[in-house]
Design a protein around this ligand. Structure first.
Ligand code: PGA
Length: 241
């Protein structure tokens, strides 16, 4: 594992975007596994700038996102498809047909999950998977559980996640109670994993994930066995290490 501790969020976003930028320079056909949430927003803003400056192109890039709220259609401004369009895809030269975000409106999540994993596998797996982390240690929406679930699947969100994410909604009752998330197989098959976290509220999850036992009750702890894990933290998120 490579651990990079940054003085603040800006530096974290800079370092994270540098990794993607050099990957796209080396391989303009990279397959990116992407994440939503507050943490990667600064990284996406830097990628948009790098595209505007013609430093990188997304023309031949394919993307697979981690998760989507179940029940939200792509036009809903709380959906993760909307987030990705708004923060990255609408502002770069990507072909939207090459971008995948799990659908929140499918009827058979089990069958859909298999197809999503197959599509990732057929593409040869992602070259990099970007991950934020929940304060409860979740990655994607793989919530603390008794087992690690390999497939892309439907999950019930925990009270903690619903309350953490309610900041994006008018009312906590508006937060969807379920989500579709990539499972551990597709996450762990990424050639490189980039975990980013900032803020004191992530310090405990980071400590348990990186220094504790590998335990599905701390889903991110599985990353300890990934052969190419890069963790970029601000000083607050790293404060318990
Ligand atoms: P955040 O979410 O980036 O909005 O803190 C991270 C996550 O829940 O995975």
């Amino acid at each position: 594992m490579e651990l990079i501790i940054c003085k603040d969020y800006e530096e974290l976003s800079q370092k994270a975007s540098e990794i993607i930028i050099s990957m796209l320079k080396e391989n303009p056909k990279s397959i990116l596994g992407l994440a939503t949430g507050s943490t990667p927003e600064g990284m996406y803003a830097n990628l948009v700038k790098a595209n505007e400056n013609n430093e990188i192109s997304f023309k031949d890039v394919k993307t697979f996102n981690l998760d989507e709220y179940y029940g939200l259609d792509p036009e809903n401004d709380q959906s993760y498809r909307y987030f990705m369009n708004d923060k990255l895809f609408n502002h770069v030269d990507i072909n939207k047909e090459y971008t995948r975000v799990p659908s929140g409106t499918i009827e058979n999540p089990e069958e859909y999950g298999k197809k999503y994993d197959e599509e990732i596998e057929n593409a040869g797996g992602t070259d990099i998977q970007v991950l934020g982390i929940g304060a409860n240690g979740h990655i994607g929406f793989n919530e603390p559980s008794d087992v690690f679930t390999p497939e892309t699947h439907l999950v019930k969100l925990t009270e903690k996640t619903i309350s953490d994410n309610s900041r994006f909604f008018e009312n906590i009752d508006d937060v969807p109670k379920e989500a579709i998330t990539m499972g551990m197989k597709s996450i762990m098959s990424a050639k490189k994993v980039l975990l980013i976290a900032n803020g004191k509220n992530k310090a405990d999850a980071i400590y348990k994930s990186l220094r504790g036992p590998i335990d599905p009750k701390v889903p991110a702890s599985i990353l300890q066995v990934h052969p190419d894990l890069v963790v970029i933290l601000d000083e607050d998120a790293a404060s318990l290490l």
